[in-house]
Ligand binder design. Sequence first.
Ligand SMILES: N[C@@H](CCC(=O)N[C@@H](CS)C(=O)NCC(=O)O)C(=O)O
Length: 192
Amino acid sequence: MKLYGSFTSPYVRRLRLILMDVKYEMIDAPTSSPEGRAILRKLNPTMKIPMFEDNGLVLCDSTVIAQYIHEKLDRQYLSIPQLNLLKIIDGITDSYIQLFLLDKSGFDTTDDKMYFNLQHERIERSFKYLEKIVAEKQISTTDWNYLSISLYTSLDWVKVRKLHDFSHLDALQTFYIAASQRDDVKATRIPV
Ligand SMILES: N[C@@H](CCC(=O)N[C@@H](CS)C(=O)NCC(=O)O)C(=O)O
């Protein structure tokens, strides 16, 4: 099994966390470097990470890769309602990835423009929604599965990149601090 990605990507980190106790090869292929892009170009038309290769099968989306790994290792994957929550977490993550790339491309993403406003509204509403979900313990650190892992890696990414302050959302903040204490989480820390 080969996982292609970077050590900063929240999507790649999810997979690194579910593969903690499994033998696999990690191939450093950041989308921001020419070397990384050359590696991806050979196999992955989306040019996004994570990318995963096993026995000639190439997968290029974290949700699909996670399902493949769970099935291969005979582990229980997420239910449909849990997958739906995962997509809300992904909605925040994807919006921030877009805003991050736009910012790096010289745009002021705080401008009152339709595209930026759509991302900001999605982010705000999704954070509030997830706060309720975590307060109801539908996602918790005591149930450390692909959903809680994904929530943590996205929260940590927006925090480390200083993209979003969620410290006023009590349940999310408590969840974040508790998950930060885990050894596997510490071992996969985003390099700064
Ligand atoms: N839906 C994809 C999203 C992956 C994604 O957006 N990855 C980012 C890095 S965290 C990326 O490759 N961005 C480069 C780009 O958008 O060109 C997944 O779940 O794997």
